[in-house]
Design a protein around this ligand. Structure first.
Ligand code: URA
Length: 241
């Protein structure tokens, strides 16, 4: 077990940013094994020491926030009768607690957030918050500036739904095109259906970003890591907007 700075442990427990938790220590309301903590930089072993705020014990890692580079072939769900799910890729102590924030199709890769923080998850998915999602896509067919303009105005999907304005940026143009698409909603198969409205087929789709959270490109497909404090604080900002 690792000794860690108290302020880092408190921030990981989602009590606030490093700066905010330092304030809590200064207020004298944090105790470690019954002693008032005065130094936010003191070292603790959170798994075995009792840390309390205002007399209430804090459970270590109450909140789990994991970024995954979702590989193709797994389902964004906590269980499925036929396929492996994204939580099957996680260690057991996380797998039993977290859920994916939103869905990526089975063949879509890239950024997926998994957490047991239902409130954050709910806010990030709320249509009112308009958290943008950025994708890289490879498209069979030629994507043109006309498509860019259509996306900018919003696209009518096969069921008649008119999407919100979306940003489409052409990276390469040809028999197959590579693009970057940013949408603010999360309708079922939305990106694929937006291109399908112009008889274009998405042959590869990868999510790069969700609000302030960027996919860590050092994560290979199937790999994951916990969010940093900075990433979490930035996502919390998105969920409040
Ligand atoms: N749009 C899609 O069509 N599929 C995804 O997985 C995500 C966005």
């Amino acid at each position: 077990m690792k000794r860690e700075r108290l302020d880092k442990v408190l921030a990981n427990m989602a009590l606030g940013t490093r700066k905010e938790v330092k304030q809590l220590v200064k207020q004298g309301i944090i105790t470690v094994d019954g002693e008032v903590a005065t130094d936010p930089g003191m070292h603790v072993v959170p798994e075995i020491q009792t840390i309390e705020i205002d007399g209430h014990p804090l459970s270590y890692k109450r909140w789990i926030y994991v970024m995954m580079n979702k590989p193709p072939g797994v389902i964004s769900a906590t269980e499925d009768t036929r396929h492996r799910t994204v939580v099957d890729l996680l260690p057991l102590e996380w797998a039993t607690k977290v859920h994916p924030v939103g869905r990526l199709d089975i063949d879509t890769e890239g950024l997926l957030l998994l957490t047991n923080d239902g409130q954050l998850s709910h806010s990030l998915l709320s249509p009112k918050k308009k958290v943008d999602k950025e994708y890289f896509a490879r498209i069979e067919g030629r994507v043109t500036s006309e498509h860019v303009e259509h996306f900018r105005r919003g696209v009518t999907l096969d069921d008649g739904y008119q999407t919100m304005p979306a940003s489409l940026e052409i990276i390469t143009q040809g028999e197959t095109s590579e693009v970057r698409v940013t949408i603010t909603e999360g309708k079922f198969h939305q990106v694929k259906r937006m291109f399908a409205a112009f008889d274009l087929q998405v042959v590869y789709l990868k999510r790069l970003r969700m609000g302030a959270l960027h996919l860590d490109d050092s994560l290979a497909p199937g790999e994951f890591r916990e969010l940093t404090e900075e990433e979490l604080a930035a996502l919390r900002g998105d969920s409040r907007e």
